[in-house]
Structure formats: structure tokens, C-alpha cells
Design a protein around this ligand. Structure first.
Ligand SMILES: Cc1ncc(COP(=O)(O)O)c(C=O)c1O
Length: 402
């Protein structure tokens, strides 16, 4: 694993080598993805599924080939891979096209307090519309899901369980497979927010047996504006479309329309063709490395970073103490220094970290803080990056006279 494939990481900022530790927000892109997007626009650009000319056939073939690669990557079939803009849109699609028609007053949707806002707000909106109740699985002191409470909530036979696979704040890897098995035993459907898992660990939807799973291309070395919703074919077949327009129809009459086959039934309008092709190349890149190796690399760096950070005075680390229960995300605070101030000092050293509530305000509340600083790791992160970060952290301590 190396920096070399990532042009942006070869650069400097303020005369300092760039150390990018904000990959959970979005990752850098390898040259091969950037080139693939340029190649598409310079050799194959045309709209998909619409034209009989050579360029349209080329664009369609590349777009559909990307879908096939992504399907293989997560163990799905092509019909089950719907291109959306991002994880957020994937979750909203499920909320509107699946959950809304099944929910009635008093029904239950279960989620967790460690969710990103994108796996809370769509459910609040749907609950308001349908009269359903939204319940949340709490976390333990250690930052794990409270499994006892999870079981108690599932016994109420909720219609849907919407859970994150990996927390974007605590790094906690949730026991998704076990939760899905428990949920199914109570007749509950499960949506997995895989924004922070698909980029970092092997994920197989067949093995998980999830009903829906959403992730974003930009967090896994692909471009922004493209994401994926997986849905079980049997469920997608029975669902109504989410958005209406071109491409998602079979026939349109003035008084009624019929729907295209899967997956196009859920892809209204011109899709992000170049984005999908770019994501397909990012998936090739990850598959060449091997997701087991990606995971191992990131786990090694995580353990290294945790151990080094524990040696820095006044650092408070959130999330599981057991490094094997978390992925490459570390939220922390330095004494009572505001994380925004810390981030500014880090930035002067060329170290890009994140600060704020990380779109997880309910989780901040559960942790008793308003904000944290956060570093996050990807395939290109190196030990040297972590060392530079630690040096910058020690420097920040001096700046703030701790
Ligand atoms: C766990 C999790 N879910 C959902 C999202 C939303 O992703 P997007 O903004 O790409 O829709 C994020 C983004 O940080 C995330 O970390």
C-alpha cells in the first residue's frame, strides 16, 4: 500500500508534505480512476441506453460493465445494484419506495444512536408521514451497540432495522450479520449503511443476508456524485419507483406508465455515467489489492496510531478500547481545546484532520461532547503519516500550553 498512485498526495501545502487523514469524509483518487474518467469523456462520451450509434453503445457497455464489477465486489447480481448519488440517496430511496408503503401508525423503525444523520433524518421524515415510531439502540460505555437493548427492541417486531455497519465517529464495527439474523427472526427487514465498511473491509451482501445496503463511491477511491444501493431482487421487484422520468419506464401513456426492468426502474434520468465508470475502476483497484489486505493494512495502522496517541498527554480517545472491534477511524479530543482550533494548528503542519460533530449529533450527545477531532485511514495511509500527525499533535500541545 502506497501514496504513489495518488497524485494529490504527491503535493505540498504551505511547503509541507500533505498528510491526508480525512478519508472517512472522502478519499483521494488514484491516477487510474482520474485517467479512466478522462478516457471516457475523450473516447466514449454519449448518453446511455438511448442511442443506437457507436458512442452510445460504448458508453452503455462501460456503464453496465462498471455495474457488473461492483455487483461482483459485494456478492450481488447486476439487477440488485442501483446507481444513486451517494449513501444518503440510497437510504432515502429505501425510505420512500420501500418503507413508506409498509408503515402504518404505531409501527416501529429501529436505528441506533451511533448513526450518521443520513440514517436518522430520512426515518424521522417517514415516521412523521406515517405515524410510525422511531426507536434507537443505545451504546455501551465502550462505544459498542448495546446488544441486550437491541434484542429487546427487536422483540417488538419492528418493520425495519436501519443500522450502520461501521461508525464514522467511533470506528466501531457492528455485528451486522448477527443483528440481521436476529432481525429476520422477528420478521424485520434490514438496511445497512455501509458507507464506512465497503471501502475498508470485505463485505458480501449474500453472506450478510441484508435486505438493503448503501454506500458512496467517493469514500472508496471513486469520484463524488456516484453511490450504490443494493437491494434484494425479490424486494426491488415488488417496489414502486422512487423517482419518475426517462429511462425508468417501459411505456408512457398520458394516463399511465409501466416500469422498466431492474435495476433501471430505479435510475430515472441521465445517470452519472462517468462517475459509475470511475467507481468501477476504483473497485478494480481495490480488488487488485484484495480487501483482506486493505483491511489488514488499515488495522495495522489503526493499532499503531492508537498506541502512539495513548502516549500523548491529555489525549482523550473515543470508541472501543479493543482495536479489533474498530476500523480506521479515531475520534479524540486534546484536553478541552476546541477541535476546530486543533484542526487549524494541524493544518499549518500539512496534516488534514476533521473536527466537528461528524454529522452524528445524537452520538455526540451520548458521548457528552459537542465535537471531536477525528483522523481516518485509507489504503494510501502510511506509518509516516501517523508519525507526522503525532509530531503535529505534540506541537499543538505546546501551542496551547498544555
Ligand atoms: C456512516 C456514514 N453514513 C452515511 C454517510 C453519508 O455519505 P454521503 O454523504 O456520501 O451520502 C457518511 C458520510 O460521512 C457516513 O460516514
Amino acid at each position: 500500500m502506497t501514496h504513489h498512485d495518488f497524485p494529490l498526495l504527491q503535493g505540498t501545502i504551505n511547503g509541507k508534505k500533505i498528510v491526508y487523514l480525512d478519508s472517512a469524509a472522502t478519499t483521494q483518487k488514484p491516477q487510474i480512476v482520474l485517467k479512466g474518467i478522462t478516457d471516457f469523456y475523450t473516447t466514449a462520451n454519449a448518453n446511455v441506453h438511448r442511442g443506437l450509434h457507436t458512442l452510445s453503445a460504448r458508453a452503455t457497455a462501460q456503464y453496465e460493465a462498471a455495474r457488473q464489477k461492483i455487483a461482483r465486489f459485494i456478492g450481488a447480481n447486476d439487477k440488485e445494484v442501483i446507481f444513486v448519488r451517494n449513501t444518503t440517496e440510497g437510504i432515502n430511496l429505501v425510505a420512500h419506495a420501500f418503507a413508506k408503503s409498509r408503515l402504518k401508525k404505531g409501527d416501529i423503525i429501529v436505528s441506533t444512536v451511533m448513526e450518521h444523520h443520513s440514517n436518522i433524518v430520512p426515518w424521522q421524515l417517514i415516521a412523521q408521514e406515517t405515524g410510525a415510531n422511531l426507536c434507537f439502540i443505545p451504546i455501551t460505555e465502550e462505544g459498542l451497540l448495546d446488544m441486550q437493548m437491541a434484542m429487546e427492541l427487536l422483540e417488538k417486531k419492528p418493520v425495519l432495522l436501519a443500522i450502520t455497519h461501521v461508525s464514522n465517529v467511533l470506528g466501531t464495527i457492528n455485528p451486522a450479520k448477527e443483528l440481521i439474523r436476529l432481525a429476520h427472526a422477528h420478521g424485520t427487514f434490514v438496511l445497512v449503511d455501509a458507507a464506512q465498511s465497503v471501502p475498508h473491509l470485505p463485505v458480501n451482501v449474500h453472506d450478510l443476508d441484508c435486505d438493503f445496503l448503501a454506500f458512496s463511491g467517493h469514500k472508496m477511491l471513486g469520484p463524488t456524485g456516484i453511490g450504490v444501493l443494493f437491494g434484494k431482487q425479490t424486494l426491488l421487484d415488488r417496489m414502486h419507483p422512487f423517482l419518475g422520468g426517462g429511462d425508468m419506464i417501459k411505456e408512457v401513456h398520458l394516463d399511465k406508465s409501466t416500469w422498466n426492468e431492474l435495476p433501471w426502474k430505479f435510475e430515472a434520468g441521465t445517470p452519472d455515467i462517468a462517475g459509475a465508470i470511475g467507481l468501477g475502476i476504483a473497485v478494480d483497484y481495490l480488488m487488485t489489492k484484495g480487501m483482506d489486505n486493505v483491511f489488514r493494512h488499515e488495522q495495522e495502522l489503526l493499532a499503531y496510531a492508537l498506541q502512539k496517541m495513548k502516549g500523548v498527554k491529555d489525549v482523550i480517545i473515543y470508541g472501543p478500547g479493543d482495536a479489533t472491534k474498530r476500523s480506521g477511524v479515531i475520534s479524540f479530543n486534546l484536553a478541552d481545546i476546541h477541535p476546530h482550533d486543533l484542526t487549524t494548528v494541524m493544518d499549518e503542519e500539512g496534516v488534514m484532520i476533521r473536527s466537528g460533530h461528524h454529522c452524528a449529533q445524537p452520538l455526540m450527545g451520548a458521548l457528552g461532547v459537542t465535537a471531536t477531532a477525528r483522523i481516518s485511514i485509507s489504503v494510501y495511509t502510511t506509518k509516516e503519516d501517523i508519525d507526522t500527525f503525532i509530531t503535529a499533535l505534540e506541537k499543538a500541545q505546546k501551542v496551547f500550553r498544555l
